[in-house]
Design a protein around this ligand. Structure first.
Ligand SMILES: [Zn+2]
Length: 122
């Protein structure tokens, strides 16, 4: 891959990492705050069991999103390392070049389409 192309992907990865880091912090804050409100503020106590369920669901949903975002951050870090090492754009499994259309969609992917499909069924 050309240096100019690498630079574009590097910039995308850095921007994505910054955005995710910002989002992770904001989401962690709001998840923790809503937890504190549910426990401590009686005026906001849900009356119906259904409400309690949906509150818990929302909080769990936010936290599971967080876990995924941290996975994504790890993948972004790894992709940035591959750029430094000069191996970015090659599948980590079979070492064939990952198509640019795929890199444009998911710049941090370590696998080609075939290997990604395989790893999901593993
Ligand atoms: Zn592959």
């Amino acid at each position: 891959m050309k240096k100019a192309e690498l630079k574009v992907y590097r910039e995308q990865l850095v921007a994505l990492r910054a955005r995710l880091r910002g989002d992770v912090t904001t989401m962690a804050d709001s998840a923790l705050k809503s937890g504190a409100n549910n426990n401590g503020d009686l005026s906001r106590m849900p009356i119906h069991m259904a409400d309690i369920g949906s509150d818990n669901f929302e909080q769990e949903f936010t936290l599971s999103l967080l876990a995924n975002e941290e996975d994504t951050l790890d993948m972004i870090e790894a992709a940035l390392e591959r750029i430094e090492e000069g191996v970015y754009g090659a599948c980590q499994e079979c070492e064939t070049a990952i198509p640019k259309t795929r890199l444009n969609a998911i710049p941090y992917t370590p696998f080609c389409v075939k290997c990604a499909a395989k790893s999901q069924t593993r």
